[in-house]
Design a protein around this ligand. Structure first.
Ligand code: FE2
Length: 303
């Protein structure tokens, strides 16, 4: 009989999982076990500490609802989402807009709106226009591309964090015109602190991290035949651009607000211009989304 000890346990676990028929699942689980064991050895993990870890992960799961996703927040704050995004970008065959985080505030069923519409609800008025073009890697326009946008309000809250989280605000889906152009009206976003009232917030405080994200606006941009881009644009000058708690901000995604822009479709408003570049799909069927609508993740977990 095999003597299970500190040295043999990893091979014993890998041997037992070697019967896994799905090769990709087998590869992922073997890598997970090897690195989890290496982590426990490096940290010289005690039973008490691992129980603390199990309690933490349990609390992360318990915090998830149809409107909140604490596991995405954990993945984001550990830098894992940004790493998975970077590897996804590396696999593209053509030049494209860099990925950024989907985050925990994406929603599937945001309303489709005509170009130029304001996404600001509840009688508030838009003060900013966002416009640009969706193009392919050759710089040609992509007509009828879907441009989904969502952002926090002027105090840094998303609709999903409000008193009635089923009510939508500051999100919408637009389709580009024949020249690949889009434009919409909104308010300038503000930076915000990630949700700190759960186990991830406890972790961030214990690590003495500030918990802030620089001001940004989220986008999912896609069209048939192209690789979907999950990204965000960040506002220049934000004090947390270099210390984003979830590592989403990146140089090529930083833009300024132009207070006086004669080229803007609404020249009376301040403007943000950003052009998105999509790579061809090239036969692959992978999504760039690290995350999903919280209600969808909950449904999948139940099955
Ligand atoms: Fe965000």
């Amino acid at each position: 009989m095999l003597a299970i000890d500190e040295k043999t346990i990893t091979d014993a676990a890998l041997d037992q999982m070697a019967t896994t028929p799905n090769p990709r699942f087998k590869h992922i689980m073997a890598a997970l076990v090897r690195h989890l064991h290496a982590f426990a050895r490096e940290a010289d993990l005690t039973p008490e500490e691992w129980l603390h870890g199990i309690k933490f992960l349990t609390a992360v799961g318990q915090k998830c609802t149809e409107f909140r996703q604490e596991f995405i927040l954990l993945s984001d704050t550990l830098g894992l989402s940004a790493l998975v995004n970077s590897m996804h970008d590396r696999r593209a065959l053509e030049d494209a807009t860099k990925s950024s985080l989907l985050g925990p505030f994406y929603r599937n069923d945001s309303p489709t709106l005509p170009l130029g519409t304001s996404i600001v609800g509840k009688g508030k008025s838009a003060n900013t226009v966002i416009y640009g073009r969706v193009e392919n890697s050759a710089g040609e326009p992509v007509p009828n591309a879907s441009v989904e946008i969502w952002q926090p309000d002027e105090e840094g809250w998303y609709d999903l964090q409000k008193l009635d989280p089923s009510e939508m605000d500051l999100r919408g889906r637009f389709y580009t015109d024949a020249e690949g152009r889009f434009h919409l009206r909104t308010i300038a976003p503000t930076g915000y602190m990630i949700p700190m009232d759960g186990p991830v917030g406890d972790m961030i405080r214990a690590q003495r991290r500030h918990g802030y994200r620089p001001a940004h606006i989220h986008f999912v941009v896609g069209a048939p035949g192209y690789r979907e881009v999950v990204t965000a644009i960040y506002l220049t000058g934000d004090p947390h651009l270099d210390s984003d708690t979830v590592f989403g901000a990146s140089e090529s995604l930083v833009v300024g607000i132009n207070p006086n822009d004669p080229d803007s479709p609404f020249p009376d408003l301040q403007s943000i211009r950003f052009d998105f570049r999509l790579a061809s799909l090239a036969g692959e069927a992978t999504s760039g989304r690290v995350g999903a609508d919280p209600s969808q993740i909950l449904q999948k977990a139940a099955h």
